[in-house]
Every structure is written in structure tokens, then in C-alpha cells.
Design a protein around this ligand. Structure first.
Ligand SMILES: C[S@@+](CC[C@H](N)C(=O)[O-])C[C@H]1O[C@@H](n2cnc3c(N)ncnc32)[C@H](O)[C@@H]1O
Length: 441
């Protein structure tokens, strides 16, 4: 979610009050009673904009993360209370929205040992009730889903046969129906090349476990609606029938944007991660786009597919190859005469903080597991003075983002002279930086 939307959420008087209360108590931890007061969580639960935002995108804000962690713990306390019935519809709707936020950020929030124990007990109770067919309170289901994805619950699909309030139905769609649809999509995705390179295999494992980026809403909504309303006149290049390769398409937002801008183009979008491709294919179908073909392939092996392209785009990918320039050379060999490439590479200059953070992480021995990433984030948050700049990176606020940002199994960085030398050696002409580089003067 962009900074403006987060700033808008933080302007809500009730949220601003809670955020100030948490900050006012630092460095001590605030209790739930001190935070939410006598009214409890109901005023927060009634914030409709926050609820919608939690369902729509990762909320990249340290203040909101702290508040939502408290809110989740309070909902857990309510749901686990003996003899609890749901009562307030807003609380159930809020718990469902929070569970969707936790699913989108892949459960990146830290939890206390007491919370883990209580949440584990609630999960066991849910599994028992599912097995016996007993009644299940919507709040209990939503709170479990705020700690673990419902897919991980034994016999979870049986909840799909029950009647639920609308908020729970939305939660079930995201946490159960869509992953089931992605499992079907996998079967329809062709494999164009083997994946043999040992680094490619390791990188594939990372993006199988944490497909990236984690996105939900149409990335090109504004452009598409401006186009539909005639506010934008497409250029001849945008209208052309051309073949475009998206190399390393991830979860599809890049390919989907390009396909919407070039409705008459035929796109081939490849990646090594089937989980990413399945997500991309589901989203593409939901958006009604018909001009993207998805396939599994290693960029290093694409020379064998016997196809060429008018345009090749590869953003945020080549620097994860064992030898990025080998992959780039393969891509260049697939370009038709006069074709164009759009390449996104890590900058050596811009990533100095990440280099420091990766060294800090390696020295402390954190592994790229969910548990260690959660612990590492908490330690980074505690040492806020040193790492403040990381908090501005939206990737810091989801598990896949954090892994991509700080724990990538392979990361190379480029300098402008290095890029210039590659272009010269491979007979490529530089066209432009995108977005244009400013001097900062
Ligand atoms: C940081 S993500 C970027 C995804 C997408 N390009 C974007 O900008 O949203 C990197 C992607 O490159 C893919 N990738 C890495 N090495 C690859 C290779 N050798 N061949 C094909 N895809 C690769 C990964 O699986 C991952 O999905």
C-alpha cells in the first residue's frame, strides 16, 4: 500500500490516539487495557477504511504493525475466553480483515510465547470442532486465521460447506478457495526448459516458498480505467501486435501491467517458480486478460525454446542468477533486430544499507526461515536507530518481501560502468533510464 494511503489511515483520530499511546509508553510495552481503554477494541473495529486497507494490501508502516499486533492479541483473548459468543459484527469483520492482512504479509508479525500458546489452543479447538461437526464461532475461526493460514488446519476445506457471515466468506475465499484454484492452475502451466543450474535450483526453492511480490489488486487499475474512459490515447507502439517476453515474471504483476498497456501484444511470461506462476495465472484469469502465456523456464536455458521477441523485459531478476551477464546474453540472443529490452538491476550504490544489513544478519546466524525472519525483524526494530531507513522499504513488511530484500540466496549488484561495458561487448545501445535519473540538484 502506498505511503499516501498509510498516511491517510494514520490520520484517523482514533488510530492516531492509539499510535500516540503506544509511542508514549516506549521503551516499556503498553498493556491492552492501557491501549484500548474501557471501550476495548470496538472503536478500532469500526474503522471501515482500515478494514478495507487490511484486505487490499500489505500495510507498510511500523506504527500500524505495532497497533495491529496489539489488536490481534486482544482479539485472541476475546475469542479464547470461555463461553464467548461473537456479539459485535464489527469485531468479527475486523478480525476477518486482520486475518486477511496477516495472510497477505505471510504472518510476518512477531507473537509472544503466551500468544502462541493461546493461539495453539484455539487452533486445536477449531480442529476438534471441524472433526466433530460442532458449531464454530466466526470470531474463533477468524482469529485462528490471523495466526496461521487456514490451509494449514486439518480438514479446513469442510468449513466451505458451512454458512458464514459475508466477512468470513471473504476470508475463506482468500485463504482457502484461491489457493485451491492456484493448485489447479499449476497443472496447466507448461515447463519449457529444465532447471539444472545449482543456483537456479536454490533460488527456485526460495520463490516456491515465498512467491514475490505479494500483491492483490490490479496493479494498473488507474491506467486501465483512464484508457477505458478515453482519457489516455494509446500510442502506436502500445497498439502494435508484437511478441514480448517477460523473463522472471514472479507473481505476475509486471506481466499483467505490460499486457494491459499492450492489449494487442502476445506475451510469454516465464519464471522458475511454479508457485509464483500459479498465482500469476489465477490473477490474470480473474482480470480477464487473454494475451499472456505463462511457462516455467530458467532464463539460462531459454536459448533452446526456438522463439524470438520484439521486446524483452526482465526486472529484478538477473541479479539473482549465478552469473547475471550469462542470463542477459541469453536474453539478448532472443531479441529480434531493432528490438528493445527493459532490464531492472540492483544498484551497487543504492544497496549499501542492504549490504550492511545482510552482513549483520549473517554474523548473527539468522536463517531464511519464517521463524528466524520474524526474530530478525524484531531485532532490527529494536535497533531502530541503526536500521531506520529499512522501515521505509515496503518489502520489510511481508515475509516474502523481507526474504527478497534481506535474505536472498543470491544477490549481485551493478555499477553504471559495468552495465556500459556489457552493452558495448554485446552490441546493445543504451536507450534510457526508467524512471529517468535526476541529478538531485
Ligand atoms: C524479485 S522477483 C521479481 C519478479 C518480477 N519480475 C517483478 O518485478 O515483480 C525475482 C523473480 O525472478 C525469478 N528468477 C530468478 N532466477 C531465475 C531464472 N534463472 N530464470 C527464471 N526466473 C528466475 C524468481 O523465481 C522470482 O520470481
Amino acid at each position: 500500500m502506498d505511503e499516501k494511503a498509510v498516511a491517510f489511515i494514520l490520520q484517523s483520530p482514533i488510530i492516531a490516539t492509539y499510535v500516540a499511546r503506544i509511542a508514549g509508553k516506549r521503551p516499556q510495552a503498553i498493556t491492552t487495557v492501557e491501549l484500548f481503554g474501557a471501550d476495548g477494541i470496538v472503536p478500532l473495529a469500526r474503522d471501515l477504511f482500515l478494514r478495507c486497507a487490511m484486505e487490499a494490501a500489505t500495510l507498510a508502516s511500523m506504527e500500524l504493525e505495532a497497533l495491529l499486533r496489539h489488536a490481534r492479541a486482544e482479539l485472541l483473548r476475546l475469542a479464547a475466553a470461555p463461553g464467548r459468543t461473537d456479539g459485535d459484527d464489527d469485531i468479527v469483520a475486523f478480525a476477518c480483515a486482520l486475518a486477511r492482512q496477516c495472510f497477505i504479509n505471510e504472518y510476518v508479525y512477531e507473537e509472544t510465547a503466551a500468544e502462541s500458546e493461546l493461539a495453539g489452543g484455539l487452533r486445536n479447538r477449531l480442529e476438534r470442532d471441524l472433526a466433530s461437526g460442532a458449531e464454530i464461532a466466526p470470531l474463533a475461526l477468524a482469529v485462528v486465521a490471523a495466526y496461521v493460514p487456514l490451509q494449514a488446519i486439518a480438514a479446513a476445506e469442510t468449513v466451505l460447506r458451512r454458512d458464514w457471515p459475508a466477512a468470513v466468506t471473504g476470508l475463506l475465499r482468500v485463504q482457502l478457495r484461491e489457493p485451491l484454484a492456484e493448485a489447479d492452475e499449476r497443472a496447466a502451466i507448461a515447463t519449457l526448459t529444465p532447471i539444472k543450474n545449482s543456483v537456479s535450483v536454490e533460488v527456485m526453492r526460495q520463490y516456491e516458498e515465498n512467491p514475490y511480490p505479494r500483491w492483490t489488486i490490479n496493479p494498473l487499475n488507474a491506467f486501465a480505467s483512464d484508457l477505458a474512459r478515453g482519457r489516455i490515447v494509446p500510442t502506436a507502439e502500445q497498439q502494435a501486435e508484437r511478441d514480448i517476453l517477460i523473463a522472471g515474471c514472479g507473481t505476475g504483476s509486471h506481466a499483467i501491467q505490460t499486457a494491459q498497456i499492450h492489449p494487442n501484444a502476445r506475451l510469454l511470461a516465464v519464471d522458475i517458480s511454479m508457485a509464483s506462476l500459479a498465482y500469476a495465472r489465477r490473477k490474470t484469469r480473474e482480470l480477464g486478460l487473454r494475451n499472456i502465456e505463462y511457462a516455467q523456464a530458467d532464463i539460462l536455458e531459454l536459448g533452446s525454446i526456438g522463439r524470438t521477441f520484439d521486446s524483452i523485459e526482465s526486472v529484478g531478476v538477473l541479479h539473482h542468477l549465478a552469473e547475471p551477464t550469462s542470463g542477459w546474453r541469453v536474453l539478448a540472443s532472443l531479441l529480434r533486430p531493432g528490438g528493445t529490452m527493459r532490464i531492472g538491476l540492483y544498484s551497487d550504490l543504492a544497496r549499501q544499507l542492504i549490504v550492511e544489513a545482510r552482513a549483520w544478519i549473517a554474523a548473527r546466524g539468522y536463517r531464511a526461515t519464517a521463524e528466524d525472519i520474524r526474530r530478525c525483524r524484531q531485532d532490527i526494530i529494536r535497533e531502530a536507530k541503526q536500521w531506520k531507513e529499512l522501515f521505509g522499504a515496503s518489502d520489510f513488511y511481508s515475509m516474502s518481501g523481507c526474504r527478497d530484500l534481506l535474505f536472498n540466496v543470491m544477490e549481485h549488484r551493478f555499477t553504471i560502468p559495468g552495465i556500459a561495458a556489457f552493452l558495448k561487448d554485446n552490441d546493445l545501445s543504451f536507450l534510457a533510464f526508467d524512471p529517468p535519473v535526476t541529478t538531485g540538484r
